[in-house]
Design a protein around this ligand. Structure first.
Ligand code: FE2
Ligand code: FE2
Length: 276
């Protein structure tokens, strides 16, 4: 059998509906990619048609965010709902990171670009499984509750805009994860939910890398096209992201990920805190 290209692997993940099967394929393909890289015989990127929307399991039911029932965050049911929402985000992230590969394969990029997104997709797959283990410990599972529809909107909006995709997905959506995860970790720590705390700490540490990859390749493309990165970022986020960015921002982790304050504060619905 001829060797699969990386784009074909990506499309196979995207068209697999079941979460565990999707993340297993994702991790297997990532291992194949990195084994070939180490051997000095990288897989070819190739071309394959990415579906407009990835395949997803029949459950969870996808609802408009306004119709997803709110539960008290301090209650056991609230913690299950929170973990369920995180699992949904992680599964979406698996698809987002694989999607960028075949979607923009016509644009020549260094191999390091593919290393970064394959590694991110592998980590998101691990995150999904970690959170599913937490749900299982609480006698629940991914699919037990409804989840937000519209998570894939950022991908559809930027289906033909490579820089727009990088601006909105890693540099806005994943950066938002850095802002909210410490509060979630606190909440589970107070509930003495050790497995959830450990899982969220892993996620928090690895998500800094995903935002950093976004910033790195966004700046790379700005350099290639002789564009001012900050201005370009503002233009693209205003074009593709619906609404203002929400402070408080995790300025320290954002800085670690290569996102300076003058990138995100001008897009916020508040002014930055005065500095002297
Ligand atoms: Fe993740
Ligand atoms: Fe991520």
């Amino acid at each position: 059998m001829a060797e699969m290209t990386l784009s074909e692997m990506a499309v196979d993940v995207l068209t697999t509906a079941d979460g565990f099967e999707k993340t297993k394929k994702s991790r297997d393909y990532a291992a194949q990619w990195f084994a070939a890289r180490e051997a000095g015989t990288p897989l070819s990127i190739g071309r394959a048609d990415a579906p407009l929307r990835p395949s997803r399991p029949a459950k969870p039911e996808l609802l408009d965010p306004r119709d997803v029932p709110k539960r008290k965050p301090g209650s056991p049911q609230g913690r299950i709902a929170l973990l369920h929402a995180v699992a949904h985000i992680e599964l979406n992230a698996v698809d987002l990171h694989w999607d960028i590969i075949p979607r923009f394969a016509h644009i020549e990029m260094p191999l390091g670009f593919y290393d970064d997104w394959v590694k991110s997709a592998d980590e998101e797959s691990k995150h999904f499984n970690l959170i599913c283990d937490c749900l299982k410990e609480l006698d629940s599972f991914y699919g037990a509750l409804p989840a937000h529809a519209g998570m894939w909107r950022a991908a559809e909006d930027t289906v033909d805009d490579f820089m727009g995709r990088l601006a909105v997905v890693p540099m806005v959506l994943e950066a938002r994860g850095l802002d909210v995860t410490p509060g979630m970790i606190d909440l589970f720590r107070k509930a003495k939910a050790d497995r959830a705390v450990a899982s969220l700490e892993t996620i928090y540490a690895e998500e800094v890398g995903h935002v950093a990859y976004g910033s790195k390749w966004f700046h790379f493309l700005c350099g290639r096209h002789n564009l001012d990165p900050k201005e370009q970022f503002h233009t693209l986020v205003r074009k593709y992201f619906h609404g203002a960015l929400k402070p408080p921002f995790n300025e320290e982790k954002r800085a670690e990920a290569g996102l300076p304050p003058d990138f995100y504060w001008p897009l916020a619905d508040q002014h930055p805190p005065r500095t002297r």
